[in-house]
Design a protein around this ligand. Structure first.
Ligand SMILES: [Zn+2]
Length: 461
C-alpha cells in the first residue's frame, strides 16, 4: 500500500480519534502529560481502533506519521542591536518586538569569517588560546535588516545573519526547540494498544520523504515495520547502506537467528526469549536493530515488545525506591564465546540509564548475559533483586506488552536503547526452519541520515 502525505495525514486524524479513547488508559495519559510538560505538544501515536485501550494480537498496521517540519525561523529582521557594557552582552531586538541576548565571548568565539572558520569543513579554526574571555566591543552596526556587524577592540570584524543568531538564542524555550530539532529526544510512550507504524521497504530505499518519516518515527515511537522485502539474505545490509553503515559486532556484520546446535547465544535456540535489550555486554550497546523475517515457524515464534522508557516511567511513579536503585547501581554483564572471532566481553551498566536531568536515556537489561559477578556491597544485593523484579513484573503486564507476528518479507526496525523485545517458543521444522537475519546500527549514524534527509526534503541546514 502506498501512503502519500495527505493519505497519511487523513489516516492520522482518524487514528487520533481512537487515540483520544486510549488516553483514558492512565499510564498512557500520564506519559503524554509528562511529554507535554517539557514544553512540546505531544505527538499522536497510532493505536489499534478495535482495542479500546487493550489489544494482544496486532495484525493491523498503521501508516507512518508525517514528520513535523523542522523549526522554521522566518527571516525575522533586526530592529535594534545594542551593546550592554556591564553585562558584556549584545541585545538584539527583533522586528516583532521580542529580544535575545548573546554574551560577547560567545559571539567572538563563533565568528564566521574565513580567518576564524575553516569554511570547507564548517569547523572553527580559531584556537581558544587566542580568545580574550573578557572581551569588550568597539562598535555594533546593523548593515541590513538581516545582518549585524561587530567590530572588536583589535579591529577584527564579525558579521552574523539574523536567522543564524535567532536559532541560537539562549532563552530556555529556544534552546529546547533547537535541542529537539537536533536530537528528537521527545518520545511518545505506548503500551499494548500501539499499532506498529508501517511502510514499504522499497519506498524507504528509494523515496526520501518515506525514509525521513521512517527514521523520525523510529526515533519518536521506537518501532517501525517495513513490508515487502525480498526473501533473500542481504536486505538488512541494504537497509543499513541507506543510512550509512552497520555496526560490526562479535556476531558478525549481520547475524542469522536460527535454531542452531551448540548455540553460542540463547537467541539461536527455539526456546522462549524473555524481554531483553540486545548486547548490554558491550560498554556501548547497539542503538538500533533490524530484523528481517526470511521464514517463520509454523507454530509459535511470535514476537513481543515493550516500551522500556514508558515502563521505567511507571516504575518511577509507582515504586520510586526501585527506580532509584535501578538507575544508580551498576550491574555486570558478560558474554564469552566464538562467532565472527572469539570474544570475552565484560561491561557494567545501570539497568535504567538516566542523564544528568534524570531523563531515562537507555535500558540495559538482558537476563541471559547478566553476570554472576555482581560488584555490589552485600547489603545492596537483596534490594537490587527486589527492584529488578518490580521492573520486570511491570514490563510483563498485559497492558505494556505488544505482541506481533513477523511474516516472510517483513523487516522490523526498533530502538534497542529503549525497547525490550522477546520471542515466544516455537516448534523447530528441519525442512523449513524459522530464519531471521539481523543487523545493528548506532544512533549516531541513524540521526545523521535523519538530519540529512530533513535537509533534502525541507531544505535548510
Ligand atoms: Zn573572524
Amino acid at each position: 500500500m502506498v501512503w502519500g502525505p495527505s493519505t497519511g495525514r487523513r489516516m492520522w486524524t482518524a487514528i487520533h480519534r481512537c487515540f483520544t479513547r486510549a488516553m483514558l488508559n492512565p499510564g498512557g495519559f500520564r506519559a503524554l502529560r509528562q511529554l507535554s510538560g517539557r514544553g512540546q505538544a505531544p505527538l499522536e501515536i497510532p493505536v489499534c481502533p478495535s482495542s479500546r485501550g487493550r489489544c494482544y494480537q496486532h495484525t493491523m498496521a498503521a501508516p507512518l506519521p508525517v514528520p513535523p517540519q523542522p523549526m522554521c525561523t522566518p527571516s525575522l529582521g533586526m530592529k535594534r542591536a545594542m551593546y550592554l557594557e556591564r553585562e558584556r552582552q549584545l541585545e538584539v531586538t527583533w522586528e516583532n518586538g521580542s529580544s535575545s541576548r548573546y554574551p560577547l565571548i560567545w559571539l567572538r568565539d563563533n565568528c564566521q569569517c574565513a580567518q576564524c572558520m575553516l569554511q570547507s569543513a564548517t569547523a572553527r579554526s580559531l584556537p581558544l588560546s587566542h580568545l580574550d574571555v573578557d572581551t569588550g566591543l568597539e562598535r555594533v552596526l546593523i548593515t541590513e535588516p538581516s545582518k549585524v556587524s561587530l567590530v572588536w577592540p583589535d579591529q577584527h570584524v564579525s558579521e552574523f545573519d539574523a536567522s543564524w543568531l535567532k536559532k541560537r538564542c539562549f532563552s530556555s524555550s529556544a534552546r529546547q526547540e533547537m535541542q529537539d530539532e537536533l536530537f528528537l529526544n521527545q518520545r511518545v510512550y505506548w503500551g499494548s494498544e500501539l499499532q506498529i507504524p508501517t511502510t514499504s521497504f522499497q519506498e524507504v530505499l528509494h523515496d526520501d520523504k518515506t525514509a525521513l518519516a521512517w527514521l523520525t518515527t523510529l526515533r519518536r515511537i521506537g518501532i517501525v515495520y517495513l513490508k515487502g522485502a525480498s526473501l533473500e539474505q542481504g536486505q538488512v545490509a541494504k537497509l543499513s547502506q541507506r543510512i550509512g553503515y552497520l555496526r560490526l559486532t562479535f556476531y558478525g556484520h549481520t547475524w542469522q537467528v536460527q535454531d542452531k546446535p551448540k548455540a553460542n547465544n540463547v537467541a539461536y535456540t527455539s526456546g522462549d526469549l524473555s524481554l531483553h535489550t540486545d548486547y548490554p555486554a558491550l560498554q556501548h550497546p547497539p542503538g538500533v536493530q533490524f530484523l528481517h523475517c526470511l521464514s517463520q515457524a509454523q507454530q509459535g515464534g511470535d514476537s513481543e515488545v515493550v516500551d522500556g522508557f514508558h515502563v521505567a516511567y511507571q516504575l518511577r511513579q509507582q515504586n520510586p525506591e526501585a527506580f532509584q536503585i535501578l538507575s544508580s547501581l551498576r550491574v555486570d554483564f558478560t558474554d564469552t564465546g566464538s562467532d565472527y572471532c572469539d570474544f570475552a566481553v565484560q561491561s557494567k551498566h545501570r539497568i535504567i540509564d538516566v542523564d544528568s536531568e534524570g531523563q531515562v536515556v537507555r535500558i540495559n537489561y538482558n537476563n541471559a548475559t547478566r553476570d554472576s559477578v555482581l560488584d555490589l556491597p552485600l547489603e545492596q544485593v537483596q534490594p537490587f533483586y527486589s527492584s529488578l523484579r518490580a521492573y520486570v513484573d511491570l514490563m510483563t503486564r498485559p497492558e505494556n506488552v505488544l505482541t506481533y507476528r513477523m511474516e516472510p518479507g517483513d523487516i522490523i526496525t526498533f530502538d534497542n536503547w529503549r525497547l525490550l523485545h522477546g520471542r515466544r517458543t516455537y516448534t523447530s521444522d528441519p525442512v523449513r526452519p524459522r530464519h531471521l537475519e539481523g543487523a545493528y546500527l548506532d544512533w549516531d549514524e541513524v540521526m545523521s541520515r535523519l538530519r540529512l534527509l530533513r535537509r533534502a526534503v525541507y531544505g535548510g541546514r
